[in-house]
Design a binder for this molecule. Structure first.
Ligand code: SF4
Length: 468
């Protein structure tokens, strides 16, 4: 497969096309609505689609009913994703009848699976536009063609992917945002569809990343998460991820907090642990997906580390990075998982003491190695194991939380929680959530707090008065 390049000329053509659309539709008060499924990668792609639509003169619609273009940005990772997406798309038929100028587009990872995309395109003749993950750059020309010719467009191409710089972005409002540092994945974990729908790894230039971080800080964001399927394998002309982390930290001193996600354990280096320990504005939290506590299953998953390797990383992180917290992803019921394998996962969870974990029952993804295995685990067994694992996790939380009583640190206030008496909530640098009493005018600011107790799987405290 060829890797294509997106250069300055391509960007100029994109922007010119968007400006042409704006001129042609000026005064029509067109609105867009984007529904996004799945991970932060998709969220960020939707921000780029929104950015292009805004440049083309569209404004954001609050509901689908008032939109002139609706885009479903799909995901194929979650269970029953196809059924759900087809159901949601089917509902739009009625809106198309009410508003004949409404454009309906479907994109994202699920549409990069060509057979699924074809099925959707032929089942729903009222879908105007289907495009895969490698077509974002062609969105302006496809939109212009649709507006001019009203002919349906299907565009799904196989590609290793490319790095696209300079497209407008309309970020979700808030205080924390994401900046992509790389795209794609080379790892081919046997359960995962991502390498097939997002292409091979390609890293952005460090200077483009620093420029974007500066821009979002100037827009008012206090916290940036550097994003990639496996940030630890970032490599641009020999620059490694820990070097990039130091660069962003030092070049953008106005940035209050710097996070990163996701780290593959096989590539987590001592150099990164050192950078986390030394850089004061790098958050003391790491999302380190373990997936299983059984070496046999890890091997079948093609994860390329053992539980001993993983536990050594946990030990090193805890020794070097003060107050570090870990979160993880775990799959139960991978094909061939025995009761003994599952018990090993529970044991690992007890030993690590995660701050939180995202747990899933394995569900096959068409086209992956694991999906073709014959030793699939029955649904009821997967469900039962998932419940048991969640109970084990819940039993580890109190001990993890209790050690924070009396702890002092800063939270970035994110909002007001209305379960019971309204309380402000925000996270410490290490991702622990703290609830405190306070005025909602504090939303968006950093507030020093002291932890007094526990609330759900989180902490409860009070704002510490600072000397005037
Ligand atoms: S590292 Fe594995 S699980 Fe993560 S995106 Fe790549 S293939 Fe999928």
């Amino acid at each position: 497969m060829e890797r294509t390049e997106f250069g300055e000329n391509d960007l100029r053509l994109c922007l010119e096309t968007l400006d042409r659309i704006e001129a042609k539709t000026h005064g029509m008060n067109l609105k867009y609505y984007i529904e996004t499924y799945g991970c932060q990668m998709n969220e960020h792609d939707s921000e780029k689609l929104a950015g292009m639509l805004v440049r083309a003169g569209y404004t954001k619609a609050e509901t689908k009913n008032e939109a002139d273009i609706i885009i479903f940005n799909t995901c194929c990772v979650r269970e029953h994703a196809e059924k759900r997406t087809f159901g949601n798309v089917g509902f739009i038929k009625e809106l198309k009848q009410l508003n004949p100028r409404l454009i309906l587009g479907v994109c994202g990872c699920m549409m990069q699976q060509k057979e699924v995309a074809k099925r959707l395109f032929s089942r729903f003749p009222f879908v105007d536009l289907v495009f895969g993950t490698h077509e974002l750059k062609n969105f302006p020309s496809m939109l212009e063609k649709l507006l001019d010719e009203q002919e349906r467009i299907f565009r799904v191409t196989e590609s290793d992917g490319e790095v696209i710089e300079g497209l407008p972005v309309e970020r979700a409002p808030g205080f924390a945002t994401f900046v992509n540092i790389m795209y794609g994945c080379n790892n081919f974990c046997t359960y995962c569809i991502v390498p097939y729908v997002r292409g091979r790894e390609r890293s952005r230039k460090p200077e483009d990343i620093v420029r974007e971080v500066r821009e979002v800080v100037a827009e008012g964001y206090s916290e940036v998460t550097l994003l990639g399927q496996n940030v630890n394998s970032y490599n641009y002309d020999g620059m490694t991820f820990p070097q990039l982390l130091r660069l962003v930290h030092d070049e953008v001193p106005e940035l209050k907090r710097l996070r990163f996600m996701t780290s593959h354990p096989k590539d987590l280096s001592d150099e990164l642990i050192l950078a986390m320990a030394e850089l004061d504005r790098v958050c003391k939290h790491i999302h380190l997906p373990v997936q299983s506590g059984s070496d046999r299953i890890l091997k079948l998953m093609n994860r390329r580390y053992t539980t001993a390797d993983y536990m050594l990383l946990v030990e090193k992180l805890r020794a070097a990075v003060l107050n570090v917290e870990l979160t993880t992803d775990i799959i139960v019921g991978f094909p061939g998982e025995t009761e003994e394998d599952f018990e090993s996962t529970c044991e690992l969870v007890r030993s690590v003491g995660y701050a939180n974990a995202y747990t899933f029952a394995y569900s096959p993804r068409e086209g992956t190695i694991a999906a073709a295995r014959e030793d699939q685990i029955p649904e009821e067994v997967k469900k039962e194991r998932l419940n048991r694992l969640n109970a084990v996790l819940a039993s580890t939380f109190p001990a993890n939380n209790e050690k924070y009583i009396g702890f002092e640190g800063d939270i970035l206030v994110e909002g007001v929680d209305h379960r019971g008496e309204p309380l402000l909530f925000g996270k410490l640098s290490n991702f622990k959530m703290v609830y405190v009493e306070g005025d909602k005018s504090l939303i968006g600011s950093f507030v020093p707090v002291k932890v007094d107790g526990l609330r759900f799987n989180s902490l409860y405290g009070h704002i510490v008065k600072t000397e005037a």
